[in-house]
Design a binder for this molecule. Structure first.
Ligand SMILES: NC(=O)c1ccc[n+]([C@@H]2O[C@H](COP(=O)([O-])OP(=O)(O)OC[C@H]3O[C@@H](n4cnc5c(N)ncnc54)[C@H](O)[C@@H]3O)[C@@H](O)[C@H]2O)c1
Length: 438
């Protein structure tokens, strides 16, 4: 099959590379010439574990190529995927569909023979119909269908998620489109991946409902963490105790500084706006958005309190990205917590294994080459992102570098008793803290 992927960001590049691994001939298109130049030179413009190998192998096999010219990719393609960004529209939180509609117009000009145009971007209900209208208006005689195929991959484990998804969701209206989409995902039938065919509207809503549900789980356990702190309970025991119930499940029950990233914040907001407009307000999502916004500020205040005020203090921050194994800084909790601490007079020394380049665009702080450099001369350390390399720090070395042995662990990667044993004052989320054993 021939596939065109419009938009070569986190989703487009991973999807394009993995579809070429399935055996399809894929051309990835992006407007950003620097991205395409890098890819053509064998460089990967984002950090995603394993992506470089998949890209290199399939480029070498002649199944994967890159271009800035959509007209070279669309004619002759059986399926054209739209994987462009749908950020929050400034001011009202609706999904900004400018990129999607611009791509649809451009695609319309180049359609040639029966083609399924597939929206992989996360888009509000009704967008598929609008994309179809745009294409029909621009090319009244074109032979095409528009399908919805939301993407559920997680940054940091995107390759595995694409190769072995829990399910594939496709919303389409005709048997012809269904047949093409079946063929696109045929290799997954061998793994017995459920492929769910629905209406376009249901498919579009499934993506928002899934993200809102997961964001709700995170927010729920964060509120339980606050309650644990007041009542002397341990949120990790509570999470395990409820998560072992098969009806609840143990994923997305880690208390922390609030959800961030390129999806949950904008998608919960967009679903809220959709629900308001539809006259069926989703009160739970409304609460999730508000609680999560407040959460980030609360966590900054928690740090302030742990340090006994931060004016004139130097704080070492470990981790800036919204989660480990990505360089994505979009809506990361650090973008609220760090400026808050700076505004209260703190100096920040930070280390992130992959996020520094992106973080530099947003945060004016001291960037360090490793965790220990960040700790050097600081009044205490805050763990903001649970990168694996922060899970086994050398405590003796840390104590030698810090002015005071204080750790605020906003991801609960250490145990209070262990930290007390190691001589640290330790503050975490939803659990009793620890004082150093003298
Ligand atoms: N990032 C994730 O983890 C994730 C997961 C699931 C779904 N999604 C959804 O997938 C979509 C894409 O997200 P992303 O994180 O990959 O975005 P991104 O910003 O990383 O990439 C989008 C790319 O599209 C390009 N682009 C925009 N208009 C174009 C056009 N007309 N022609 C060619 N290229 C164009 C941009 O230059 C950019 O490189 C969004 O709707 C997002 O909500 C993202």
């Amino acid at each position: 099959m021939r596939v065109a992927m419009i938009g070569t960001g986190y989703v487009g590049l991973v999807s394009g590379a993995c579809l070429s691994e399935f055996g399809h001939e894929v051309i990835c298109v992006d407007k950003d010439p620097s991205k395409i130049r890098a890819l053509e030179a064998g460089q990967i413009p984002i950090f995603e574990p394993g992506l470089d190998e998949v890209v290199a192998a399939n480029v070498k096999a002649g199944r994967l190529s890159f271009t800035t010219d959509l007209k070279k990719a669309v004619p002759g393609a059986d399926a054209v995927f739209i994987a462009v960004g749908t950020p929050s529209r400034r001011g009202d939180g609706h999904a900004d569909l400018t990129y999607v509609f611009d791509a649809a117009e451009e695609i319309a000009q180049s359609l040639d023979g029966y083609t399924v145009v597939v929206t992989k971007s996360t888009v509000p209900v009704g967008t598929g119909r609008k994309v179809e209208d745009i294409i029909r208006k621009n090319r009244p005689g074109a032979d095409f269908d528009v399908a919805s195929n939301p993407e559920f991959l997680r940054e940091g484990s995107a390759i595995e998620d694409f190769r072995r998804p829990d399910r594939v969701v496709v919303g389409c209206e005709t048997d012809r489109a269904k047949a093409v989409m079946r063929e696109v995902y045929r290799p997954l039938y061998l793994n017995e991946t459920p492929i769910l065919f629905t209406s376009r509207e249901s498919s579009e809503l499934i993506k928002y409902a899934a993200n809102a549900f997961l964001a709700t789980k995170i927010t729920f356990i964060n509120e339980m963490a606050n309650l644990c702190e007041k009542l002397g309970a341990d949120v990790q025991d509570v999470a395990r105790g409820i998560g072992l119930d098969g009806r609840i499940g143990n994923k997305f029950l880690h208390a922390g500084p609030g959800f961030g990233g390129s999806c949950f914040p904008k998608d919960t907001l967009a679903l809220l706006r959709t629900s308001q407009e539809a006259g069926a307000l989703t009160h739970i999502v409304d609460a999730v958005v508000k609680v999560n916004d407040a959460r980030k500020v609360q966590m900054a205040e928690k740090v302030e309190q742990a340090f006994g005020g931060v004016k004139g203090k130097t704080i070492a921050i470990l981790g800036l990205t919204f989660k480990p194994n990505t360089d994505d800084m979009r809506d990361a909790p650090s973008l609220v917590i760090v400026p808050h601490l700076q505004a209260k007079g703190a100096r920040i020394r930070a280390y992130d294994p992959e996020g520094a380049k992106e973080a530099k665009k947003h945060l004016d702080i001291d960037y360090c080459a490793d965790a220990y450099e960040a700790l050097s001369g600081a009044d205490g350390v805050v763990i903001l992102t649970e990168w694996n390399e922060f899970r086994a720090l050398d405590f003796a070395r840390m104590k030698g570098l810090l002015k005071t042995p204080l750790m605020v662990d906003l991801r609960n990667i250490y145990r209070p008793a262990q930290m007390a044993e190691q001589g640290f004052a330790y503050v975490s989320v939803g659990r009793a803290g620890a004082r150093p054993k003298s």
